[in-house]
Ligand binder design. Structure first.
Ligand code: CA
Length: 231
């Protein structure tokens, strides 16, 4: 199998070096760009399997690049992982809203970076397969879509329709970070059944039911929530 192509757009040479080194060590083919405009044209020319995109870039920033890529049918399918600095959480939220897949915050560990990259690539491959499944299993948690049931370690739990849809949507996209707006729009839609539009309230209710010793839902400060990914 040919190695997956990744483009790294990052203006800090040291960080670009670390990103590039760790990705190559994992067998990825890596191309790099130091500024936004160069990055965008490189991505459009190569059409890689994934883009690692710094948010603060000279010339054209990461959000602009993201917007450009998502507006063009030739590049809109390319998964994007944003690389953000502390204090850029609101930009991360914007980026996820535009269509970026995930983000890593600086300083990141190489291990975390590689895990995120692999998870995003894997999601791209398995999304179609997963949507066909009727039951989702995750560490003792069982979600039966056809029967509208949730069980924890074999014991059935009572879920409201809203909680079920939210949990199901979450669990169908393990490892993926969602903003509150995305959860409202994509998981719950504009359904009249959803009386409370406050996502945090529903998440709290779900957690109370499923989280004892085991944590399934991770709170990402300033950004949103992420469902645990199976190792
Ligand atoms: Ca930067």
């Amino acid at each position: 199998m040919p190695s997956k192509q990744i483009i790294v757009v990052e203006d800090e040479p040291d960080i670009q070096e670390v990103l590039s080194y760790n990705l190559k060590r994992e067998g990825f083919a890596v191309e790099t760009a130091l500024d936004g405009a160069e990055g965008l044209s490189l991505i459009q020319r190569i059409v890689p399997d994934l883009v690692l995109l710094d948010l603060m870039l000279p010339g054209m920033d990461g959000l602009d690049i993201c917007r450009h890529l998502k507006e063009n049918h030739l590049t809109q399918h390319i998964p994007i992982i944003m690389v953000s600095a502390k204090g850029e959480e609101s930009d991360v939220v914007l980026g996820l809203g535009i269509g970026a897949d995930d983000y890593v915050a600086k300083p990141f560990s190489p291990r975390e970076l590689i895990a995120r990259v692999k998870a995003v690539l894997r999601r791209g491959n398995s999304a179609a397969v997963r949507s066909q499944k009727n039951t989702i299993l995750c560490d003792g948690l069982e979600i039966d879509i056809a029967k509208f049931k949730v069980a924890l370690n074999g014991k059935e739990l009572k879920f409201t329709a809203t909680e079920f849809r939210l949990l199901h949507y979450f669990a169908s996209n393990p490892g993926r970070v969602f903003t509150r707006d995305q959860l409202l729009g994509q998981a719950l839609g504009n359904d009249a059944i959803v009386i409370d539009r406050n996502i945090d309230v529903h998440i709290r209710a779900i957690r109370k039911k499923i989280e004892g010793t085991q944590q399934y839902i991770e709170t990402i400060r300033g950004v949103g929530y992420r469902f645990k990914e199976l190792e």
